[in-house]
Design a protein around this ligand. Sequence first.
Ligand SMILES: C[S@@+](CC[C@H](N)C(=O)[O-])C[C@H]1O[C@@H](n2cnc3c(N)ncnc32)[C@H](O)[C@@H]1O
Length: 407
Amino acid sequence: MIYKVGRELEVKVEDVAFGGNGVARLDGLVCFIPFSIPGETVKIRITSVKKRFLEAEIVEVIEQSENRVEPKCELYGECGGCQYQHIDYKTQLSLKESQLKQVLSRIGSLSELPEIEKIVPSPKEFHYRNRITLNAKKQDDNFIVYGYKHLNNQDTLEIQNCPIAQYEVSDLTRVLKRTPWGHKNLNRQRPKPATLRCSGGDDPVIYYGKAPKGMPWRTEKLAGRDFRVPLGAFYQVNPEVAEELFSITTEWLNELPQPKVIDAFCGAGFLSMGLEDKHVVGIEENEASIEAAEYNALQWGIKSFNYIAGDANKLINKHLRNKGDSTILILDPPRKGCGESTLESIRKHKPSHILYVSCDPATLARDLKGICGESNYKVSKLALLDMFPQTSHFETMVLLKKGDADV
Ligand SMILES: C[S@@+](CC[C@H](N)C(=O)[O-])C[C@H]1O[C@@H](n2cnc3c(N)ncnc32)[C@H](O)[C@@H]1O
């Protein structure tokens, strides 16, 4: 059959692929349909025809899934931020679970996977994000729009509240234009994006462009203690799920007898701060985060941790070279994953265990293939944490064990 842009037809949705698009099959061709749900029969209009797949939009939902719900946000369907507000939360979680398995086996070529040991839902389905960044687009000399990218990837959609942002953060959108820095931003030819951030321990703040230097560190609450993070530096966006990430890391790694841990891409020391009986070396490129990590360790009563500012992809080799095989390596890189040099160092020096924490299952799977494909590692534990409800994103933890490691 010939498929052309604009053609309308009826299809049954089979699945939702990682990224959020529903999937139907037409004569063996995959057709991606945003905002659809498995089991639904939908009338679609083809919007693009590629060599190996089609893209389409829903014209009408003919048979609706019982898992379809009313989206909370009035901009849902236009805004590029959320993909799953039309799906009930339980179904969002089970879709993410099957996507993780699919991505690990398809991209990662990992056939023997254990069951996912922990699937952690977010206690808050909405109003969980402690930080949002809004693009700034100047309309004329007197008017600026702050918002998210439109689904068409061109326009900026003005945001007056965001139902996935914490209330304190969402409320700040109303004052963005009225602050002194907001006025200054209006006078710039190219206004800077605005970041709205709150934390467990202090008042919410707005900054435009990069975070100003010399501002007091933010105080987050972690395992009942204060945890300090520089204003512009990375901190997990969903604090309740972050607590779980911290406690699973602590539980999994404290069970292992290996005394040495390298915490690569360590930020302010978040993941390894519960491993006080081990010797931790943290590596992070953001110098302010390293200063905060040193401060956090001392405040938590830990004297045996060392932190190094620099490029983890370059420094891991040196630190693994020394007793690599009795070392646990934590990897928590940005979305793009680890560099090839990190994978090479792992293959060469073979740490006994690797805990890979990732917010992007596709780059995670690629990197795991680079590690497990050529060395004797097996996935021993898996966890999925829903750090980002209503969106297609999620956090994954994979614990790899070297074939000859005792535990
Ligand atoms: C996903 S965050 C994780 C931070 C930390 N593990 C946590 O949970 O808070 C990734 C971190 O990697 C840092 N980073 C990015 N590229 C890096 C590199 N090449 N070398 C070292 N750190 C890097 C970022 O500054 C950021 O703090």
